[in-house]
Design a protein around this ligand. Structure first.
Ligand code: HEM
Length: 208
């Protein structure tokens, strides 16, 4: 029965693609922020020259294409869940609006998507063009510290945004109710968890 249901099968496949690409993206983001920042601080110039030309192009490839596939599969899911009625075609579904207006589910996903889309923008419009310049050796010595700092701040901002973003991804189909209190709790818990991880990152793993 389920195998013949094209809508459900595509839905599951796109959910799987979205989450596996999201893991790839955010996994690399956390590697950069929790592992690589303290690692670079510990390496001398010779160490950086040996490690970075090998590591950075590889990690940045998975990072940026993970972000791209996460976004595309996420937009697909958004349209399929909220703007497509099987057998009828494209139209606002009851998961988007009901008699009382926008549903809590759709408000949660818009909360998550707002953060996710800002994060995608930071990857493709700020971080990657700067890294391409740095890796390609086309940045002048004068602009190098400035653009490095810009990329670092965009990456840090994404790390913080990822905490609340994930609540916005999980709550639509696993929680439901949204109001100022639940949204504020998601925002605060998400930001605190990331803040704690960043603060711990210079200390962890030194003595293992
Ligand atoms: C980049 C922009 C993003 C968009 C447009 C987007 C969109 C969506 C949509 C529409 C859903 C389905 C919501 C529902 O069931 O009502 C969803 C679910 C989800 N997304 Fe995203 N998302 C984005 C980023 C991310 C990122 C970065 C992650 C990181 C891992 C992520 C992880 C998830 C997870 C785990 C689910 C729930 C899957 C489930 O419960 O079955 N998303 N997303």
């Amino acid at each position: 029965m389920a195998l013949q249901d094209l809508y459900s099968n595509i839905h599951l496949l796109m959910r799987w693609l979205h989450v596996i690409a999201g893991i790839t993206w955010i996994g690399h983001l956390y590697f950069f922020n929790f592992v690589n920042v303290p690692l670079q601080a510990a390496l001398d110039d010779a160490g950086k020259k040996a490690v970075n030309p090998q590591m950075m192009p590889r990690t940045l490839w998975w990072f940026r294409w993970g972000a791209m596939i996460t976004l595309l599969a996420g937009l697909w899911l958004f349209v399929q869940i909220y703007f497509y009625i099987p057998g009828e075609g494209f139209a606002a579904t009851s998961l988007l609006v009901d008699a009382e207006g926008m549903t809590d589910r759709s408000i949660w996903i818009l909360f998550g998507m707002l953060f996710g889309i800002i994060m995608w923008f930071n990857v493709w419009i700020i971080i990657w063009p700067i890294q391409k310049k740095i890796l390609g050796g086309t940045a002048s010595a004068e602009e190098l510290p400035k653009i490095r700092r810009r990329a670092f701040l965009a990456s840090r901002a994404n790390t913080y945004l990822s905490g609340p973003m994930l609540f916005g991804m999980l709550a639509p189909s696993h929680y439901g109710a949204i109001n100022w209190v639940t949204a504020l709790i998601a925002l605060t818990l998400g930001l605190l968890a990331i803040h704690h991880s960043i603060r711990s990152s210079s200390k962890v793993g030194k003595s293992v």
